[in-house]
Design a protein around this ligand. Structure first.
Ligand SMILES: O=C(O)COP(=O)(O)O
Ligand SMILES: [Mg+2]
Length: 225
């Protein structure tokens, strides 16, 4: 049986420039079990991806802060602590780094993301003072609660889909995927993955980015046959 699949977006379904590789659409639409899109991006992004893929809505956003299965929405915690960190960071003269209209955080409910071209040390210091942590996905710094992760959210989502989390295969590329890799039955890091994802994964693909995703997807299907 083809296992349910948890898949990261940035660095995994994309090319090196951040564009979603169109070949991944066929793979995800044809997947014979549930697909959970699990991302650090704000909630509307994976919802839109699932919508335009015309696949069942099963998504994890904000590194596990928000999850949706069908019409069942769960929001873990709130944004208040991360917002205080962002405000204090700005008060010290720094900037979140997203320009005039901050679409990165506009719809974010449980965390705040900061551009990686901004200073990390003061952000870490302010986050720690709030009991929060900073996770570097290599796409953004995320100020979030330490007990929230894609892995924890996937355990919850799996139950809501009537699966065990260990039934899942997962494919991803960065630190925010590492917990998820530890929870699932089989995990694949794409070759461009960071050290945390590489260390946590059961398998590492030869290919990078979406080529790595396609290689992993074929391996998962091959193992199931
Ligand atoms: O939003 C990010 O920083 C990374 O997003 P991802 O989890 O889909 O790779
Ligand atoms: Mg990623």
């Amino acid at each position: 049986m083809i296992p349910p699949l948890a898949v990261d977006i940035d660095g995994t379904l994309t090319d090196g420039a951040g564009a979603i590789d169109p070949r991944v659409f066929d793979v995800l639409q044809a997947w014979a079990s549930p697909v959970v899109v699990a991302t650090g991006k704000a909630f509307p992004y994976p919802v839109a991806l699932a919508h335009f893929l015309t696949i069942e809505r099963a998504v994890i956003a904000e590194n596990g802060g928000v999850s949706l299965v069908g019409d069942d929405l769960v929001v873990h915690g709130d944004r208040a602590g991360a917002q205080r960190v962002a405000d204090a960071y700005r008060d010290e003269g720094y900037d979140l780094g997203w320009g005039g209209i901050d679409l990165t955080n506009r719809w974010r409910e449980t965390e705040i993301a900061v551009s990686r071209d901004q200073p990390l040390d003061p952000l870490r210091r302010l986050a720690e003072a709030e009991g929060l942590e900073v996770v570097d996905t290599r796409y953004a710094y995320h100020v979030k609660a330490p007990d929230i992760s894609k892995g924890r959210a996937l355990s919850d989502v799996a139950r809501r889909l009537d699966y065990e989390v260990t039934d899942f295969a997962a494919i991803g590329d960065s630190q925010n995927d590492a917990h998820m890799f530890e929870e699932v039955g089989t995990s694949y890091a794409v070759a461009n993955a960071d050290e945390h994802a590489l260390a946590a994964a059961d398998h590492v693909t030869d290919a990078s980015y979406a080529d790595g995703f396609i290689e992993a997807a074929e391996a998962i299907v091959g193992r199931a046959e």
